[in-house]
Unconditional design. Structure first.
Length: 268
């Protein structure tokens, strides 16, 4: 008997009931907001807390703070920044970088984070995902998949901010992360990061079609229409944006107005 149940793509394309989340992504090195291309050539943009406050006031749905050198140096230096931001910004805050143990998660949550994002430590010890999910709930555990194209239709999962290749298929790793208890997946295309060439819709579509949890797409947004493409063609639940917002090429109100006019429901 053929399974007649609709897949995720069919449901979403026929009944657009979800509100897509617009999430500024703030990559941080030391005390600076930075932005690179393909996770390299990092350029200082400014004070991350000022940008976070601005995005909150403009209507961002959530924020992502990511310490891009935490794994390299074996520590997360965002505790004070998270605590100060949480006192002024009242939207969900996801924090990633250098999280190796459940105790690290507890410390960040006490500082004001709402969710945490793991990549390097989870690839090296996948049990960490289950430990976080069991103790704090799946909604707290975001697993970032840093995917790089190594051949037609073949992406590998990288870690340590794209410095190391795990030799694991990125889509297989996304599936394992969900099975182990990830509540969300943050899919970062290394090839498209900072390129302004649009998101990797093939990668996103393949993961979205099998996903049982929300998908946050990251990497490559160069125009407002790229957001619509990610939602309509790749069926993602949220879009993490850096370059487009950080360099003032668009504001969150402009973005939300544009996608609304194109039939996508967002929080206004």
């Amino acid at each position: 008997m053929t399974d007649a149940s609709p897949n995720r793509t069919t449901v979403w394309s026929t009944v657009k009931q979800k509100r897509i989340r617009i999430i500024p992504r703030l990559d941080i090195k030391g005390q600076n907001l930075i932005k690179g291309v393909q996770l390299e050539g990092l350029r200082v943009v400014g004070d991350p807390q000022k940008f976070a406050q601005k995005y909150y006031e403009e209507g961002a749905d959530e924020l992502i703070y990511s310490d891009v050198v935490a794994s390299l140096y074996g520590r997360n230096s965002l505790l004070d920044m998270v605590a100060k931001t949480a006192k002024q910004v009242f939207i969900p805050l996801t924090v990633g970088g250098g999280i190796r143990r459940v105790d690290d998660v507890e410390t960040l949550l006490k500082c004001g984070a709402d969710k945490i994002s793991v990549n390097s430590a989870a690839i090296q010890r996948p049990e960490l995902i289950s430990e976080i999910s069991s103790r704090f709930g799946a909604q707290c555990c975001v697993v970032e998949v840093q995917a790089k194209l190594f051949g037609k239709g073949q992406w590998m999962a990288l870690y340590d901010n794209g410095r190391e290749n795990s030799d694991r298929d990125a889509i297989d790793w996304a599936c394992e992360a969900m099975e182990r208890g990830a509540g969300e997946l943050l899919i970062t295309s290394i090839d498209r990061d900072g390129s302004r060439k649009g998101m990797d819709l093939d990668l996103l579509s393949r993961i979205s079609s099998i996903a049982s949890v929300p998908i946050i797409a990251s990497g490559g947004i160069g125009s407002l229409s790229d957001v619509c493409d990610a939602v309509d063609r790749a069926v993602v639940d949220a879009v993490a944006i850096g370059d487009l917002l950080h360099f003032g090429r668009a504001s969150i109100p402009e973005l939300k107005e544009y996608v609304t006019q194109n039939g996508i429901d967002v929080r206004l």
